[in-house]
Design a protein around this ligand. Structure first.
Ligand SMILES: [Zn+2]
Ligand SMILES: [Zn+2]
Length: 185
């Protein structure tokens, strides 16, 4: 696909929402015998100062929120999407999935040959929106904190911008990882 994602994104960022300036790192401290699984999963995760899991997380929570300069977040944060999330999963190339998510993308002019482009686009846009605080907190459990991010791509047939929700896991050490390439409209 010849469409340049950077060029496409330039058009979008002009209208981006207000940015979160203060960032925090969730730090779990080993001060008791009982290690709560949720706090352990949050240990080392980065959040926008106005968009982090409830803190303190519970009575006697020993966690602390350390401030991180926004400049560090901009320089160090990373987003990762496994190619397999698109091929075979999203486009169901092995016929093993029961979802019909590929139909939405096909209606926008995409097929499995766009998997790499989508992977890179979702990583780039996911990172940009994470850094600007444009995400929603989702489920938090012992596996970690999910966030959802709205991804915008061009409809190849009409040229209009279409969007969908992608799901990410916030990982320790400045990272978010794609869990759900298409989580709804
Ligand atoms: Zn806890
Ligand atoms: Zn805690």
């Amino acid at each position: 696909m010849s469409l340049d994602f950077d060029e496409f994104l330039k058009g979008l960022w002009g209208k981006s929402a207000s940015e979160s300036q203060n960032w925090v790192k969730w730090v779990h401290r080993n001060l008791s015998e009982n290690h709560c699984p949720e706090c352990l999963a949050l240990d080392g995760c980065w959040f926008a100062g106005d968009k982090h899991p409830r803190y303190p997380h519970h009575p006697y929570c020993h966690c602390v929120l350390e401030n991180i300069p926004k400049s560090v977040v901009e320089k160090k944060a990373e987003a990762y999407a496994d190619y397999k999330k698109f091929d075979p999963y999203l486009f169901n190339t092995k016929g093993e999935e029961t979802h019909t998510k590929e139909r939405m993308f096909e209606s926008w002019g995409y097929n499995v040959s766009d998997s790499n482009w989508l992977k890179q686009g979702v990583e780039k846009q996911g990172l940009k929106k994470y850094i600007s605080g444009n995400y929603k907190l989702g489920l938090l459990n012992k596996y970690g904190q999910r966030i959802s991010i709205r991804i915008e791509i061009p409809n190849k047939n009409t040229g209009a911008t279409v969007s969908f929700i992608a799901g990410f896991m916030v990982c320790p050490n400045r990272r978010i990882r794609l869990t759900t390439p298409y989580g709804g409209k």
